[in-house]
Design a binder for this molecule. Structure first.
Ligand SMILES: Cc1ncc(COP(=O)(O)O)c(C=O)c1O
Length: 367
């Protein structure tokens, strides 16, 4: 049996890419805000419905840069149920992460638990739109306003997601995106930082280029976060097919849902009214007692049938050696996140996944 991988990258047509490469070779301008970089920034603003977006070399440096741009210090409230880069970005800025438990339905930070975690040192909240499911942005903003906190959303999974027609990237002070190969929209490696005004974008653009504001002027201790011309051109081509890719993902999600609706002990996420989803992942949650098998047993069983799921996110960030000594990392503080991390498997999901492969996954789950 062929292997069914958990993901497969969306690749632009090579025939269309080659003329772009020729043009880059002719221009001899291969990085530092070149022609394709500028075109991709503009195209992404149009596609995503945002005004101010800065391209980056990946999705981690924008997190680190957002914290720098907003002068965040002290403590930041965040979710342990994310990819490690979310919390690592705090650590790299010398900021103490404070973990708060998650909501069992959306898997996002639980707003009702945020206030209890605020101390005089808290300066910001860094929530994550996990699997592209929107956070409770209204409640989070209310808390942020009450305590004078900044909000930086890790929107690495939320490319193209809208809520009642408004981009999810418009909430909070800043949002970050990842364009890693595994994401709905990819530039091989890449990412972006979305902000609210032109002045802030200018500062972000200085910060991602070592702090250069002119030939001899350094305005801040910046970093090198720049996206090059080759990946920008690749991104422009991929953007043309992203709507089709999301539609295919939607069909796959519906095929999974239909096939799993009567399987006792397996639950999954449903669409939310008013939200345009991107179907970036298809997580299932295994109730070992009802299903008759633990999550890990199921994961291994699928693997034996050459079906690769991913325990995403597992283990929780709060259990890693760097963070596990923090008070907020204690397991009793994070019961829902612990339970979700111990029961989740993300099933194979990518635009090119064939109907019969989805059937094979479903058979593997039903047996
Ligand atoms: C939630 C989340 N945040 C941040 C990142 C980091 O993005 P990148 O891999 O592009 O640096 C990822 C990437 O997988 C992610 O899933």
């Amino acid at each position: 049996m062929d292997q069914i991988t958990v993901t497969s990258p969306l690749l632009p047509s090579l025939d269309e890419f080659i003329p772009y490469l020729r043009d880059i070779w002719d221009r001899k301008w291969i990085t530092n805000n070149g022609h394709y970089h500028q075109k991709l920034e503009g195209a992404l603003c149009d596609y995503l419905g945002v005004k101010y977006l800065s391209l980056f070399t990946n999705g981690t440096i924008p997190l680190i840069t957002a914290l720098q741009a907003l002068h965040i210090t002290g403590e930041v409230i965040t979710s342990p149920f994310s990819f490690v880069a979310t919390t690592h970005s705090l650590w790299w800025n010398g900021i103490k992460p404070i973990f708060v438990d998650i909501d069992p339905i959306t898997c996002n930070i639980e707003p009702t638990k945020i206030e209890a975690a605020i101390t005089p040192k808290t300066t910001a909240i860094m929530p994550v739109h996990v699997y592209g499911m929107p956070c409770d942005t209204a409640r989070i903003q209310e808390i942020a306003d009450k305590y004078g906190l900044k909000v930086i959303y890790d929107a690495a999974h939320a490319f193209g997601v809208t809520v009642n027609g408004k981009s999810i990237l418009e909430f909070g002070d800043m949002s970050t995106l990842s364009f890693h190969a595994t994401k709905v929209f990819n530039t091989i490696e890449g990412g972006a930082l979305v902000c609210c005004d032109a002045e802030t974008k200018k500062r972000i653009d200085y910060l991602k280029n070592f702090g250069f504001a002119g030939e001899t002027t350094i305005v801040a201790p910046g970093i090198n976060g720049k996206m090059d011309e080759v990946r920008s051109a690749y991104g422009l081509l991929n953007l043309k097919q992203v709507d089709d890719a999301i539609e295919k993902r939607r069909q796959i999600a519906n095929q999974y849902r239909e096939g799993l609706k009567d399987v006792d002990g397996i639950t999954y996420m449903n669409d939310i009214q008013g939200v345009h989803h991107n179907y970036s992942y298809f997580p299932i949650f295994v109730d070992a007692k009802k299903y008759g098998m633990t999550r890990d047993e199921l994961y291994e069983k699928l693997k034996k049938s050459n079906i690769l799921g991913r325990r995403y996110f597992y283990p929780l960030i709060s259990t890693f050696s760097t963070y596990k000594g923090l008070d907020s990392a204690k397991q009793e503080n994070l019961p829902i996140a612990t339970q979700i991390a111990d029961s989740v498997i993300c099933l194979p999901m990518y635009a090119g996944l064939q109907e019969d492969s989805v059937e094979r996954v479903l058979e593997g789950l039903k047996k």
